[in-house]
Design a binder for this molecule. Structure first.
Ligand SMILES: *Cc1c(COP(=O)(O)O)cnc(C)c1O
Length: 240
């Protein structure tokens, strides 16, 4: 049997497949317990700091969506792995001046957290008809304004701004659970915030919440997109 040249030539035996299977079954269990269908859940494997070879191995195991949080790293991995047809989610803090570059390889930007970043996606004289990207408004669920995301009372303003650009398809809201609170309580607040966004834009029903340690809580509170890193990839190498 001829091997697929896109796949690694020898099978990996580093536990990746077992960890992915374990998370997938954890998601299925949570969905069942919550009375939801797994078909309504998108697993995004966050591959930041890991080499492109790991992303390729994940694709061979059926992963379709990956998340990255730094522009240069994401750009080079997406270029190297263009043959895989993956959906790339940008989940990190984005500099306005990089927005137009991110749009060239990312399909989804999950971290719209400032009006200046949203405005950077608007058409310009140089690029009057830019490609449309999917976007989530990132919400800060903590009291610390230094954490990423807009405050809950600013969500409507941000969502309206996103809708006005005409170049971002508003998908919904994204958040990271605070460190000092039960994740489920925080995700319950996010769900209420999501309802307010849906009232503005009926199509923006997605909720991106849940990481390695709290994805079951997120499933219970209506998450549609789970961003899971270490539980699947193993520990991250140090930031390069
Ligand atoms: C790194 C990261 C994740 C994944 O975190 P894990 O704890 O490794 O699952 C999810 N979301 C964002 C925004 C991240 O930066």
């Amino acid at each position: 049997m001829a091997g697929d040249p896109r796949l690694p030539s020898s099978p990996r035996d580093d536990g990746l497949e077992a960890r992915l299977a374990s998370v997938r079954s954890g998601i299925a269990d949570a969905a069942r317990a919550a009375g939801r269908s797994v078909d309504d859940l998108t697993l995004i494997v966050v591959t930041k700091y890991h080499p492109a070879s790991l992303v390729r191995a994940l694709a061979a195991l059926g992963v379709t969506d990956v998340g990255e949080n730094r522009h240069q790293e994401a750009q080079s991995k997406a270029a190297e792995l263009a043959d895989l047809g993956l959906t790339w989610h940008f989940v990190g803090q984005l500099q306005s001046k990089k927005a137009r570059q991110v749009r060239r390889y990312a399909h989804v930007v999950q971290s719209l957290d400032r009006t200046s970043v949203v405005d950077a996606f608007a058409p310009t004289e140089a690029e009057p008809d830019p490609p449309v990207i999917d976007g989530f408004v990132q919400v800060n669920l903590t009291d610390d304004p230094g954490r990423g995301g807009v405050q809950p009372d600013e969500v409507e303003t941000m969502a309206t701004r996103v809708l006005e650009t005409g170049t971002i398809r508003l998908r919904g809201v994204m958040a990271v659970a605070p460190l000092d609170e039960e994740p489920r309580a925080a995700f319950a607040r996010l769900r209420q915030i999501s309802d307010r966004v849906v009232a503005l834009e009926p199509g923006a029903t997605d909720i991106s919440a849940g990481m390695s340690g709290d994805y079951a809580d997120a499933v219970f509170e209506g998450a549609t997109h789970l961003r899971i890193g270490t539980a699947i990839t193993g520990n991250r190498p140090a930031a390069p």
